[in-house]
Design a protein around this ligand. Structure first.
Ligand SMILES: Nc1ncnc2c1ncn2[C@@H]1O[C@H](COP(=O)(O)OP(=O)(O)OP(=O)(O)O)[C@@H](O)[C@H]1O
Ligand SMILES: [Mg+2]
Length: 191
């Protein structure tokens, strides 16, 4: 492992445990505030199709965002991974959670996958272990989002979401790392 990868590995673990340490009540409260902020974003208001990840306990809870999209009649798609190629596609989110099953990372995915062409996504929510205010991102380590962001349509607005303590002035960045377009934290949007 080179120095950058070693440092990234350390930081991923560090931020994962810090987020995990947030109590359930606080996590819920902050996640609702992030959804409130998203609701104000013009790119979101205009969006018809939204890509959104299904969260794990050490991430911002996307439940409030899913509720918001449902209320506003937006169509939602969720990531589906292809671990052999470390590639990711989006598939329509089924209405009933019974139609979801865990992938090899423990993340829920649709059982029946109806894939969505990436150019259909008007906006996508991007998870991260940490972000810089300029939109650089430390991911979970698979390179799935970096690969997807590299090929995404210019019309897809990539919106990172994070708790405030996940925003760092500086992070290690590799040439393949792709920045996001906006970053939302509770009470603030970084453009
Ligand atoms: N566009 C790409 N083409 C080829 N390899 C890539 C690309 N993007 C990332 N990788 C590879 O994927 C691996 C993981 O990348 P990185 O450490 O940046 O993951 P990450 O950003 O934390 O993950 P993710 O994007 O899934 O959240 C690295 O070995 C990197 O070389
Ligand atoms: Mg990366």
């Amino acid at each position: 492992m080179n120095n950058v990868n070693c440092y990234k590995y350390f930081l991923r673990n560090y931020f994962r445990s810090r987020v995990k340490a947030i109590c359930a009540h606080q996590r819920q409260y902050e996640s609702v505030k992030i959804a409130d902020e998203l609701a104000r974003l013009s790119e979101f208001r205009r969006a018809c199709v939204v890509g959104v990840y299904l969260s794990l306990p050490h991430e911002v809870d996307t439940g409030p965002i899913i509720g918001l999209c449902r209320k506003q009649g937006k169509r939602m798609a969720v990531p589906v991974v292809f671990p052999e190629k470390k590639q990711m596609k989006f598939a329509w989110l089924p209405k009933n959670s019974k139609n979801l099953a865990q992938n090899i990372y423990g993340v829920l995915e649709p059982k029946q996958k109806e894939f969505v062409p990436s150019q259909k996504l008007d906006l996508m929510i991007v998870p991260g272990r940490a972000f810089t205010p300029e939109g650089f991102r430390l991911g979970a380590g698979g390179g799935y989002y970096d690969r997807f962001l590299k090929k995404k349509a210019k019309t897809t607005c990539a919106v990172g979401i994070a708790f405030r303590m996940q925003v760092q002035k500086k992070l290690p960045v590799s040439p393949h790392d792709r920045p996001i377009d906006k970053l939302i934290v509770p009470g603030h949007i970084f453009n």
